[in-house]
Design a protein around this ligand. Structure first.
Ligand code: 10G
Ligand code: SF4
Length: 353
């Protein structure tokens, strides 16, 4: 005879049997972030602390605090750097005037601007030379937009999303081109362009995509999994434009809820109530260790092994800035990147672990 009390009980609900985690790929570090972070690490190794960094090297709390602990000093403006010291410019790029300020202070500069941002700077210079009105789609006040605008301030007008289109004034509607910040929502930008083209039918497109491969791929992965997610957790900092966009994209594509967290400890247990599927991803400035912590947090609460949702493979890497490669070589030190770039697949080791 069977004692009813010892009969294994049936699961209370389907949710209890299958608490799933969908893990986006690619996520995390892009090639430009990897290069910028390694640049600061190598500069500390080569020149010794302190190494000054103008603005956050990338928009991530953990990256900034880890580099601070190693001897990096983050400043807002070039004139806060002592004369003759070494300063690294952040991955988001700087206006030419910042290079001039650094020269005036005899600073040793290392420019960690992502090559894909430099590409947009060059486009701006070229279209300004041919006297086009340049409509730069981007977020007002963002460092990248400030840097790009600084290349041709007399030719560039900022367009901050679709609702800003009606405010745009140009000199010659037949000689207008649009460019953009690299980390925008692809869909919102296309909507802005559509509205701009309604007003300026001869609007020219950029020579190639300004929204970079990393931004596009991270959004693509989120789109593929969003509808299956009761909750999307995006690891990233509040001031990280591309990370904030990932939450928006998730919600627009069917995730029932979405939150941005810097650290696993910020996850509110209440968010998990009644949730059977959680999506996890991270912005382009986020070290993989922070995602691991979020996954561990979910495992401790009964969620299963992460199931990858792979939208693209990434293998792009950039060489370090020439300035530091030259000095590393002269000192007999390696100028190789010490680790892989983006977390396109699992198992990437992170330098800021
Ligand atoms: O997404 P934003 O531009 O705010 O920057 P981030 O540092 O969070 O991510 C990396 C992207 C860049 C360096 C801008 S090109
Ligand atoms: Fe470069 Fe794109 Fe990364 Fe920005 S987000 S640093 S443009 S690769």
């Amino acid at each position: 005879m069977t004692d009813a009390a010892t009969v294994p009980t049936a699961p209370e609900s389907a949710a209890e049997t299958a608490k799933r985690v969908l893990l986006a790929a690619p996520r995390g570090y892009c090639a430009g972030v990897d290069r910028a972070v390694v640049t600061v690490e190598k500069a500390l190794e080569l020149y010794g602390p302190p190494v000054y960094v103008r603005k956050e090297i990338v928009h991530n709390k953990h990256v900034v605090s880890t580099l601070q602990q190693r001897g990096a000093i983050f400043v807002e403006e070039t004139d806060e750097v002592p004369e003759g010291a070494t300063v690294v410019f952040s991955a988001h790029g700087v206006a030419p005037v910042v290079h001039e300020e650094a020269r005036a202070l005899s600073l040793r500069t290392i420019d960690a601007t992502c090559p894909l941002v430099t590409k947009v700077h060059r486009e701006a210079v070229r279209f300004a030379e041919s006297d086009h009105d340049i409509l730069l789609i981007g977020h007002d006040g963002h460092e990248e937009v400030i840097g790009t605008s600084g290349e041709a301030p007399d030719h560039i007008t900022l367009v901050d999303g679709p609702d800003d289109v009606d405010n745009v004034v140009v000199r010659n509607p037949d000689k207008v081109v649009w460019l953009s910040q690299t980390t925008l929502s692809v869909d919102e930008t296309m909507e802005t362009v559509r509205r701009l083209r309604e007003r300026f039918p001869n609007l020219q497109d950029p020579p190639s995509d300004d929204i970079c491969y990393a931004t596009q791929n991270r959004q693509l992965a989120v789109k593929q999994m969003a509808a299956d997610c009761d909750l999307m957790l995006v690891v990233g900092s509040r001031n990280s434009s591309n990370s904030v966009r990932l939450v928006e994209v998730a919600l627009e594509h069917g995730a029932r809820a979405g939150h941005l967290v810097d650290y696993a400890e910020e996850i509110d247990e209440a968010w998990l109530e009644g949730v059977s599927t959680v999506g996890v991803t991270s912005g382009a400035s986020v070290p993989e260790i922070l995602v691991r912590d979020v996954l561990a947090f979910l495992t401790e609460r009964g969620f299963g092994d992460p199931e990858p949702v792979i939208a693209a493979e990434e293998s792009l890497t950039f060489a370090l800035p020439n300035e530091i490669r030259r000095d590393l070589k002269a000192a007999g030190m390696s100028d190789k990147m010490t680790h892989d770039a983006a977390a396109a697949t699992d198992g990437v080791t992170d330098p800021l672990h």
